[in-house]
Design a protein around this ligand. Structure first.
Ligand code: PAF
Length: 263
């Protein structure tokens, strides 16, 4: 497996691979890789000839400096996990490599995503869309693998590809969960043992609300709100019910977690 830190290296490597015919799979991440990322990498390895994993904690998508500073990082561990999952290339650029002139003057603006993550994290999706557009430009035509845990992000990336005509097929992959239902997230590592225990309420609320919604029994959103409110270590950010999805976000101490299930 090759570890690259320059955009021109990634472009050259993947262009050369494609010239010989192979399909390129791209797995964009912010590092602190876990089994959820490994499942994306393994799926790309199974479906593509060459798999590149990108590791870049993108400052543009953080609207809270403390959140950015606390974001977990473990490049050696990430490289080992990517290699074990079968990746061919890891691209781990610095901030200066990605944004050589400082914060970019030209960015991608995402309109219409002003609820849920869009409301709680102003500018977040502009930052995501800008860095993903950059990564797509560097990688070239590819299949790109994203987790459904970030369901709203997946919707934004699909829209980015459609609106700006990137030669990219976006593949959404199921959320990977702990045995007790907690969705895997790089942020889980920041939870105290008591917060980790409390965080189980998210999936419990989603699963209970999904059953209630299917049965048409009660207001699924209020059910989630009430269940999270009963957990003393949780502070609800939002609970939403869409025709095909139930979504929730809450804080446990300083750690903000999101999750969703199909409905
Ligand atoms: O989901 C993530 O890890 C990030 O938002 C992404 C898509 C890699 C963009 O920085």
């Amino acid at each position: 497996m090759r570890v690259l830190d320059r955009g021109d290296q990634l472009r050259t490597e993947l262009d050369a691979a494609r010239a010989a015919g192979p399909t390129v799979g791209l797995v964009p991440t912010m590092g602190a890789l876990h089994e959820g990322h490994a499942s994306l990498i393994r799926r790309s390895v199974a479906e593509c000839d060459v798999t590149a994993v990108t590791i870049f904690v993108n400052p543009l998508q953080f609207n809270d400096a403390a959140d950015l500073a606390a974001y977990p990082a473990d490049l050696d561990g990430d490289v080992a996990l990517a290699a074990a999952a079968g990746a061919d290339v890891v691209f781990a650029p610095s901030v200066a490599e990605m944004y050589p002139a400082g914060p970019p003057a030209v960015t991608v603006h995402v309109a219409g995503e002003d609820t849920m993550e869009g409301a709680s994290r102003p500018g977040h999706f502009d930052g995501v869309a800008t860095v993903v557009a950059k990564l797509f430009n560097l990688a070239g035509p590819c299949r790109a693998y994203f987790g459904e845990k970030d369901w709203q992000q997946l919707r934004v990336v699909r829209r980015l590809v459609a609106d700006l005509s990137f030669p990219v097929e976006v593949v959404g992959c199921p959320t990977v969960r702990e045995a007790d239902g907690l969705a895997l997230s790089s942020r889980n590592a920041l939870l105290s043992p008591a917060e980790r225990e409390a965080a189980r309420v998210l999936y419990r609320a989603l699963a209970t609300a999904a059953i209630a919604k299917a049965a048409g029994e009660c207001d699924a959103r209020i059910l989630m709100v009430n269940m999270v409110a009963k957990e003393p270590l949780a502070t609800l950010d939002y609970a939403e019910v869409l025709p095909d999805r139930l979504l929730v976000a809450a804080r446990f101490g300083n750690v903000r977690l999101i999750d969703n299930v199909g409905a």
